[in-house]
Design a protein around this ligand. Structure first.
Ligand code: 5GP
Ligand code: ZN
Length: 118
């Protein structure tokens, strides 16, 4: 069972923020910003590659509510989902990172030449 399924099963503790019947949000254990929250579906889906458009619609509504709850709508935030090897996805259970709480940097994603494919 994957680590996020263990969190959903309460075999591993987490610091939850919100949940409904389909999704859970909780604080990332290794935050990269003052606010770093993970949003996951309650059923195991490997990545964005496998999510249905309907589930993404429901997840969008869930994340928008979470943003309201956190009070970060006006100041802004960043949503990221890492996919597969090149996306550097470590946990193979679909999750969105919600990063906020200060102005984020827009950085250096790879050592490969970014102009290679222009
Ligand atoms: P990925 O690299 O797969 O997109 O991100 C996985 C994220 O899960 C990382 O930011 C990592 O800190 C977080 N993470 C890994 N294990 C745990 C855990 O047991 N609890 C929590 N709250 N976050 C975790
Ligand atoms: Zn899982």
């Amino acid at each position: 069972m994957c680590i996020f399924c263990k969190i959903l099963n309460k075999e591993i503790p987490s610091n939850p923020i919100s949940e409904d019947d389909k999704f859970l949000s909780f604080h990332d254990i290794n935050p990269k910003a003052p606010i770093h929250v993970l949003i996951i579906p309650k059923i195991h889906i490997d990545s964005f590659n496998d999510v249905s458009p309907q589930m993404m619609a429901d997840m969008t509504a869930f994340i928008q509510k979470l943003v309201e709850k956190l009070g970060i709508k006006e100041d802004g935030y960043r949503l990221i989902t890492n996919i597969g090897e090149h996306g550097a996805q470590e946990v193979k259970h679909l999750h969105f990172h919600l990063l906020a709480g200060s102005r984020l940097k827009w950085g250096h994603f790879t050592d490969a030449d970014p102009k290679n494919n222009l």
